[in-house]
Ligand binder design. Sequence first.
Ligand SMILES: [Zn+2]
Length: 295
Amino acid sequence: MAGKFRLLMATQTGQKRARDEGFHSFPVDPFAIAAKHDIHIEEKPAGMQGVSGALIFAEPRPIIIYSAELENEGFERFSVAHELGHYFLPDHPDQILKAGGQHFSRAGFTEGTSSIELEADHFAAGLLMPAGLVRSHLERHQVGLEGICRLAEDAHVSLTAAAIRAAECASFPLCVVVSNGGEVRYAFSSDAFKSLGTRIFLRKGDPLPAGVTAAFNARSGNVTAARRSAGECDLKDWFDTDRHARLDEEVIGIGRYGFTLTILSSEALAEPDDDGEEDEEAVIDRWTPRFAYGR
Ligand SMILES: [Zn+2]
């Protein structure tokens, strides 16, 4: 739990930083924040391989290095925001200074990275997508992939980062699955989605159920061409539950990474209850702290 608590604190430190810097609407600009704190930013030199960015405590001022080689604005901004995490999070500058004053980062949201890397990723997600802004954005846009695409555009982040943060913040049922081939790589669900049943979770390596995502992944070229597909599924298809619930299953290929992003949602389930009644379990569930980035 200690690790998850630290990740939650990192997200909150990021969103508080956005607010303190005067960002009350999208997009939050990590380049402007760095400039304000007299941190020099430069593009990564061509020879530096396997690194998404770096923070160097140099004199007379710290330097953030970011990778522009993918020509992907969302990735660049996330990378700069990640380095700002190492600058602003408690303990990070100390740890980096003790290790010689230079920190090199790997790409965000990868598996098996160290705790300070995960904390910096959470800081970046909170900084670029503060919960309050994400929630009001989700309320104003279509439930599902279209709304998440708009969030990515407006916040200037990658589709994957927007989808994960949407699942963390959404007050309605929303599940984000990243897969490749026939298997789940990872999945994030909103609290409201988890409370659709008692065993609503997916593990790394779980097989994809027959349906829109599996069919999409089976056709070579769909993923790399960033094609889209959509259909319907049942909650029961994906999860170990007896409950039937129709869900929209929307799919998009995440280009060069060879992964597929699936959004499970339902316009009908997203509507607030008219009768004003909630079962006790749902209320308890909402008040149970959960940490959606946990894996
Ligand atoms: Zn890092």
